[in-house]
Every structure is written in C-alpha cells, then in structure tokens.
Design a binder for this molecule. Structure first.
Ligand SMILES: [Zn+2]
Length: 75
C-alpha cells in the first residue's frame, strides 16, 4: 500500500484553498501567512458584528405653534 498518511489536505479556513496540513506548513491550517494573519487579526479585534441600533430620530417633528391672538386675555 502506498498510502501517504502524512499528506493531509485541509481547506484554509480563511480563503478555502486546499492546503497541505503538515509540519511543513507552518501556517496550517491556513494556506499562507497572510490568511493566518487575517484570521488572527479578526480574533484580536474581537469585533463581532455588532448590530448598530439607530434610533429613529423624530426630532424633526413639525410642532404647530398655536399662535393665538391674545383676544381672550383677561387682565
Ligand atoms: Zn488561505
């Protein structure tokens, strides 16, 4: 049997490229240093997808100013 068990290939978690998963690949399971750094960077930032809740600013409410003549002004 010529089954090379050492040649395991996995998909790069970052880009999905099939890469060799072995001690030769120091970036495993990533395909390259770049992908590894990208993933690490996302880890470090820990910036989850924070849902930005923007309150519906209803500040532009046209307030009808009741301009009443001071006719009913009892003084
Ligand atoms: Zn990759």
């Amino acid at each position: 049997m010529t089954d090379s068990t050492n040649k395991l290939k996995v998909k790069c978690p970052q880009c999905g490229l099939l890469t060799l998963y072995s001690t030769e690949n120091s970036f495993r399971p990533f395909c390259s240093e770049r992908c590894r750094l990208i993933d690490l960077g996302e880890w470090a930032s820990d910036s989850y997808r924070i849902p930005v809740t923007t309150p519906s600013s209803d500040s532009l409410s046209s307030d009808e100013e009741d301009y009443d003549d001071e006719s009913d002004n009892k003084h």
